[in-house]
Design a protein around this ligand. Structure first.
Ligand SMILES: Nc1nc2c(ncn2[C@@H]2O[C@H](COP(=O)(O)OP(=O)(O)O)[C@@H](O)[C@H]2O)c(=O)[nH]1
Ligand SMILES: [Mg+2]
Length: 388
């Protein structure tokens, strides 16, 4: 797949989507190479021209020599005539062009939610070296709004004469839009929608620094698509410069790495988890931390049981003071240095004075419980950042 084999990419995407046994392994392997693509979310009401626009954006990117991945979270998108048909489908006009890889997925029922499923497919496409990933989603339901969080830059497609339909869009979608598109601007009335958007921006949804531009397009002819892509790039660059993790808060950028549970005895505690159907895959004593750990995978995360080897240790003191229980939550992030800087800048109380390097080579730091609602939070870098 890394060498550009499209069939291998299709198989990997299927493995990740189907939730079968190899899923976690494939994902973990892909994550080591993920993070390099620009993910562009294209959202808006049904019929606004999202699919037509995505097709044009893909064409434009191909013209620039880029490879493209398309994730359509919309069963009605015309790439397939049926979202569940799978990976052999090609967007009209891209047959035979391995540079555009399209995957449609149903918007409901996926394991762990559609946003997570979309994020996972993005990770695989990224690992396969796709330069830009276009994610089409209908901006009407909560599921779909969450998909937007998987993207670095979000494009909201509106059309003239929408009137009440604008109101029917989730308020959340309006707020996350980085670029507004007035599509079907050949139909007349574009000025009015544009004026409505500008008026709305005046009403306090404007965010610091980046004012979402409004771009007019005619998706059927490709008019305005170059301008749109420029606006998307400017936004991506702006976010990068400002250290903004566009995917923050969504499964694309953050994920639960593990839960650390302090126990008096691993031998006594593991029985419950085993009865639950989990199993210990790895046990280890970390000498310098005076702790013995047992790892129990849980989806892509894991529970870590922590047993002190001495009373005078972090876990030993925790047990003496608070008793057995949740000791910390570990969250994996992309861009741990930027995260450290941002939290520091925001005055969050950290329990580490810098990003540390752990025994296995992984990088981490701790956030003090007084900033998190009472739980010690470990932030772990992702595998691609000099991790183990
Ligand atoms: N006149 C005009 N029709 C468009 C334009 N963009 C898309 N359409 C048409 O609008 C319909 C819906 O487009 P589609 O891309 O499927 O919308 P989606 O539901 O948002 O993905 C199709 O018949 C398109 O050909 C445009 O800019 N102008
Ligand atoms: Mg569509």
């Amino acid at each position: 797949m890394r060498a550009g084999d499209v069939r291998a990419l299709a198989r990997a995407v299927s493995l990740v989507e189907d939730g079968a046994g190899a899923r976690a392994e494939v994902l973990a392997a892909c994550r080591a190479y993920a993070g390099g693509a620009l993910r562009v979310g294209v959202t808006g009401p049904p019929g606004a021209g999202k699919s037509t626009l995505v097709d044009q954006m893909a064409r434009w990117l191909r013209g620039q020599g880029q490879t493209v991945g398309v994730v359509a979270v919309d069963p009605s998108s015309p790439y397939t005539g049926g979202a569940l048909l799978g990976d052999r489908i090609r967007m009209q006009g891209f047959e035979g062009d391995a540079g555009v890889f399209i995957r449609s997925m149903a918007s409901r029922g996926a394991m762990g939610g559609v946003a997570k499923a979309a994020a996972d497919v993005c990770s695989v496409m990224e690992a396969a070296g796709r330069g830009t990933i276009l994610i089409e989603t209908v901006g009407v339901g909560q599921d779909e709004v969450e998909v937007v969080g998987v993207a670095d830059v979000t494009v909201l497609v509106l059309v003239p004469g929408m009137g009440d339909e604008v109101q029917s869009l989730k308020a959340g979608v309006m707020e996350v839009a980085d670029v507004f598109v007035v599509n079907k601007s050949d139909a007349g009335g574009a000025e009015r929608v544009e004026a409505e958007i500008l008026a709305m921006q005046g009403l306090g949804v404007a965010r610091e620094g980046w004012v979402p531009p409004v771009v007019r397009t005619v998706a059927t002819s490709g008019e305005g698509v170059a301008e749109l892509m420029m606006a998307v790039r400017r936004c991506a660059e702006w976010k990068k410069e400002h250290g903004l993790r566009a995917r923050l808060g969504m499964s694309g950028g953050l994920r639960l790495d593990h839960l650390g549970v302090a126990v008096k005895s691993i031998a006594a505690a593991r029985g419950f988890y085993e009865a639950l159907g989990m199993s210990v895959t790895h046990e280890e004593t970390v000498e310098h931390e005076k702790v013995r750990t047992a790892m129990l995978p849980l989806g892509e995360s894991r529970v870590e049981l922590l047993e002190p080897t001495e009373e005078e240790s972090v876990i030993g003191r925790f047990l003496a003071k608070r008793g057995e229980g949740l000791h910390h939550i570990a969250v994996q992030v992309e861009g741990i240095d930027a995260m450290f800087e941002r939290l520091t800048a925001q005055g969050v109380r950290l329990a580490s004075d810098s990003v540390r390097v752990g025994a296995g080579g992984h990088r981490y730091f701790f956030v003090h419980p007084s900033s998190t609602g009472g739980v010690l939070l470990e932030i772990v870098g992702d595998a691609g950042e000099g991790g183990a």
